[in-house]
Design a protein around this ligand. Structure first.
Ligand SMILES: NC(=O)c1ccc[n+]([C@@H]2O[C@H](COP(=O)([O-])OP(=O)(O)OC[C@H]3O[C@@H](n4cnc5c(N)ncnc54)[C@H](O)[C@@H]3O)[C@@H](O)[C@H]2O)c1
Length: 257
């Protein structure tokens, strides 16, 4: 799964899945630009760190301009940044709803739209074309309680992916667009979900939350970020050259029921 000679941009790169993704892509030979809201001391494997709040049009313009000037290409875009708030539906404020859609949906929309000229340029020069990988979730395939805004956002990412896969193919762009649907991953996000369940008085401890989450996955454990990164690396590579608009579940069997 060589990515030699390719340039990849990963959003939310300081997070656990983002960091593992930068490392996996770099190990396969890609030059990796790690993007995140705040400066991160080190993202293993990344050649460069850029500040990028995915909800900001100006930020996207600046980052794409930098990539254009410094590298002149973009082969792989991983839309990984995301937030997840655990709230009862009746308590979700419009502000909170919009904050989730802004990062999880608009961030993906902006990223693909701003990166498109570079992806269009790079696609024909690479077997399998340019590759956009959108990190959705099992919550984009099936519902989850106390998670309405997140489920709505990840469902939107799933169908945005398919719509663009069709549109780019129809327009003759050599760009593949696929989504990944992880189950629970051992990351900061999942820890904050466990804590929120305790704070809402639904569960007595984070340990109980972890036990319940673990039991919901037939493989009997949550994923490690590297296991999600492996799927991302596959979709980034030309080994997946016939995958377009697909949804890759990496969920320990969660949605097989
Ligand atoms: N952890 C899980 O169980 C799980 C399951 C399914 C899907 N996911 C998805 O995987 C992706 C990675 O999440 P993770 O589990 O590594 O969590 P994480 O919290 O470790 O990483 C998320 C990253 O996104 C960044 N981010 C948030 N808002 C941003 C913004 N406006 N601009 C730029 N960056 C922003 C955060 O700073 C963080 O670095 C997310 O899209 C998440 O929804 C996670």
């Amino acid at each position: 799964m060589s990515l030699q000679g390719t340039l990849a941009l990963v959003t939310g790169a300081a997070g656990d899945t983002g960091t593992a993704t930068c490392q996996a892509l770099a190990q396969a030979g890609a030059t990796v630009i790690a993007a995140g809201r705040r400066h991160s001391a080190s993202v293993p494997g990344a050649s460069e760190w850029v500040e990028l709040d995915v909800t900001s049009e100006d930020n996207w313009d600046r980052v794409i301009d930098l990539i254009q000037k410094r590298y002149g290409r973009l082969d792989i875009l991983v839309n990984n940044a995301g937030i997840n708030r655990i709230e009862k539906f009746e308590d979700v404020s419009l502000e909170s709803w919009r904050a989730t859609q802004a990062v999880n949906v608009e961030g993906v929309f902006l990223g693909i739209q701003r990166a498109l000229p570079l992806l269009k340029q790079s696609g024909p020069n690479r077997r399998g074309g340019a590759s956009v990988i959108n990190i959705s979730s099992i919550a984009g395939l099936v519902g989850a309680e106390l998670n309405s805004a997140y489920c709505a956002s990840k469902g939107a990412v799933r169908l945005l992916t398919k719509a663009l896969a069709l549109e780019f193919s129809a327009l003759g762009y050599r760009i593949r667009v696929n989504s990944i649907h992880p189950g629970g991953i051992n990351t900061g996000m999942v820890e904050s979900i466990f804590q929120a369940s305790v704070d809402l008085g639904l569960l007595d401890s984070r340990e109980t939350a972890r036990q319940l989450a673990t039991a919901a996955h037939p493989l009997g454990r949550l994923a490690e970020p590297t296991e999600i990164a492996a799927g991302i690396r596959f979709l980034a590579s030309c080994e997946s050259s016939y995958m377009q608009g697909s949804e890759l579940t990496i969920d320990g069997g969660y949605t097989a029921r």
